[in-house]
Every structure is written in structure tokens, then in C-alpha cells.
Design a protein around this ligand. Sequence first.
Ligand code: ADP
Ligand code: MG
Length: 355
Amino acid sequence: MSLPRNLRHIQALAKQQANTVTLGQLLRTTRSDPTSLIRQGQWLRSQLPIRFARRLDEFLQLPYVVVHNSNIKQVFDIYIDTFESVSDFPTIITERDEADFVSLIRAQLEKHQQVARLVAEGYREVRHNYPHFRLDSFLDRLFITRISARILMENYIRMRTPQEGHIGVVQKELSPLRVLQDLSTEITRLTEAIYGVAPEIEFRGNLTCTLDYIPRHVQFMCQELLKNAVRATTERHKPRNLAGFGFTSEPASIPRVAVELQKGDVHVIIKISDQGGGMPKKIQEEAWQYGWTTADNEELAGYGFGLPLTRLHAQYFGGDVFMQALPGHGTDMYLLLNHLKEGSPSIEEDDPSTA
Ligand code: ADP
Ligand code: MG
């Protein structure tokens, strides 16, 4: 990997304290008038490079075998590109400057789409050769920065076109039921295509509850948990092919996956229960590590990034996810999400002294 031309600049910026923003501050500054747009553009132009510099600085300290992986190298190049194009952008003064800047941010955001897949693929390849090699805390920081940077960039792009029921990236009174139902349809179709069967997914509890949240995040977390539950259930209860006899056993009855919604004082709680066999104690801990998977088909599962990334997203805004996996029976996953509102804490960015 060739060293970036502005290595010194990266290292200096990486040591700077980022100006972290709470969600409340972000929502308050989400206005569509030109002055607000220019101010937000200026703020991003100065702040994004600090965040990307920190991660680049860490990339440069990774072992040779990691950074020479072609997928990881592509991620590094995307980070360098964002870092350089944002830091090299001239001072934003006029509306015209701001319009150019938002085009740049749009283009950069697009490049970052593939980052999660590239990281997951690269990490798998590295660990294939070095099975004991782990990068969990590096990956946590990389993905926290990714979550923050995408929120900041997306919010900035959206603030110029206010949408009914939304403030920037946050949707007011989002229906988790709707999100889960849409996902269920999709996951059921996929499961039937792979296995020929799929468990029914049923919904219970407080079906009308709503939540102020970033829709993409709710979708991501629910999708990962639902896919895991459906896959485990189907793998355990699918009809067995009776080898040598050329026929399949009676269509098995597959136990349902139950999704329960509840509204607590602070959180909306989404509980997903399956009878997919649960996990032995030891595996219950390992399953939260990046890259830990029992999957060999890639459509419902694959990289072992689902659980750790779901936890990172949930904790990002002060929520959480818990697992109760009864070995030999099934798993209950609890996803706790709090309303995003004024004063919501976030782990927007880590402090450089702890990075
Ligand atoms: P992936 O789905 O790509 O394997 P995840 O992080 O989502 O990665 O899950 C890691 C592993 O944890 C899975 O491969 C599976 O072995 C186990 N697991 C996760 N959820 C469940 C569940 N509901 N029931 C049984 N095993 C599960
Ligand atoms: Mg998964």
C-alpha cells in the first residue's frame, strides 16, 4: 500500500478533538434555508476530515497481511479519497460553493455504499489464512465512524428537501410493525427459494406502537435478527432428504417465529423468538465477534457481521440488544430502541485519547 501524499496532515488531524454533535443539535440545525445549508456545509468540511483521518491513521498501523488484502485496500482507498476531496475543497462562502459541496458529499456517500461488504469479505479472506487473527475493536471503531459519517452526510443531503413526518434522517412515528412486515415478506420469499420451506412469522403485542428513529437503522437491525431466527428455525426443522431413497420425509411442521412489540417508558422493545435450537453457552459469546458464523450459504447469512453490527447500531443511540439462547430449544433476541429526540445521547465519535 502506498503511503498517502498527506500522511503528516492525516496524523495531525487524527490527534485533533472532533467536534461531536448530539442528535438534538443535529435536528435543531436541520433547516433548509441557504444560511443553514452553508453553515452545515462548512461544519462538515472541517469535521469529516478529522473523523476519516483517525481511521486512516489506524489503517496505517494494521499488519501487512491485512492492508495488502485487495478488499481492505479498496476500503482504505475510499477513505483516502473522501479525506482528500473533502479537505481539499475550497472554503464554502456562497450558495454556489455549497451546491458544489453537496454534490461532492453525494458522490462520496455513494462510494461508501460498498464499504461494509468489502470489509466483511476482506476480513474473511485474512482470517481464512490466519484463523486466530482478530480485529474486533478496530472494526468497532471503523463502523462507529461509518455510522456517524453516514448520518452526518445523509442528514446534510436531506435537510434541503424537507419531507413530511421527517427531520433530516429521522422519521417521526415510524411503525416498527410495518418495517418488520415488509422484511418478513422478503425474508420468507428468500427462505422458500433456498430451502423450499419457511416458518410462518407472527406478530404480537403492541402492534400500533411507533418510534422516532432513522428508518435505515431500524430496517438493518430487524433484518439481521429476523434472518438469523428464520435461518436457524428452517435449518433445524426443514424436511430431511432421506439419502438413497430418493424421496423426502413428510413436509415438516416448522415452528413459527414470533415477533413481539412492546412499548416501555423509554424504549420500544422488539422481541424475536425462534425455536431454532439456540446456542451452547460458549457460542453465545463468540457469536458477537466479527466474522463468527456457522453459515455456508450467503443469501440468508454469511459474513458473521450481523450480530456485532446490530449491537453497534442499537448502542449507538443508547439502545441495546440482548440474547437468551436456550441450548437445544431456541433463541429470544431483545432489541431495545429509544426515541431519538432532543438530548438523545449518541456515541457519535470516540475520543482520540481512547481510540
Ligand atoms: P451470520 O448470520 O452471517 O452467520 P451473525 O452475526 O448474524 O452472522 O450470526 C452469527 C452466528 O450466530 C450465526 O452463524 C449462527 O450460528 C448464530 N446465531 C445467530 N442468531 C441465531 C439464532 N437466532 N439461533 C441460532 N443461532 C443463531
Ligand atoms: Mg446473520
